[in-house]
Design a protein around this ligand. Sequence first.
Ligand code: GRF
Length: 190
Amino acid sequence: MNHIAIFASGTGSNAKKIIEHFQSNPSIKVSLLVSNKATAPVLEMAQSFGIDQHVIDRHSFYETEEILTVFEKYEIDFIVLAGFLWLIPTYLVESFTKRMVNIHPALLPKFGGKGMYGKYVHRAVKEAGEKESGITIHFVNENYDEGDIIFQASCDISPEDSPEEIGKKVLQLEHRFFATVIENILVSQN
Ligand code: GRF
């Protein structure tokens, strides 16, 4: 049995898709939702699915390894970052080598790095006059958006598309592929 912890601090539309995807899976379970924002809508969503939650603060996350104790309780063996903006500290990267993935709403290595999230990514893609954008699912290391790439999918964008429209197209790709890619990784690692 795999136990996944999802880290999310926003709306949680990806988290919801992932939770729904694994609901009927007897060997993969989303067991914990971790957030750095006590008021994040994603927490309410997770609660509606009966998923336990853990809110972290900067001190505990960066200066202690308390989260590892929480993970032991839930037998967490895989982490999914789905809209989580804090850099992952070394102790956590080392504990979850090749067992922690992130989704980025652009085709890395372009348009990644600190501060490149949500609308900032789509604005930059628009300003660069790109003809396509997409998603990148990658393993997580100590640097923003730099771990090994596992999967990419792209969508065409037209010169008329606003950053918001680009964002919508990209989010559709996220919803379509993220859970399946996670499942494939877990199946291949077992
Ligand atoms: C997504 O665009 C994802 O790529 C990024 O954060 C956003 C999260 O959206 N890392 P949601 O909270 O899952 O709706």
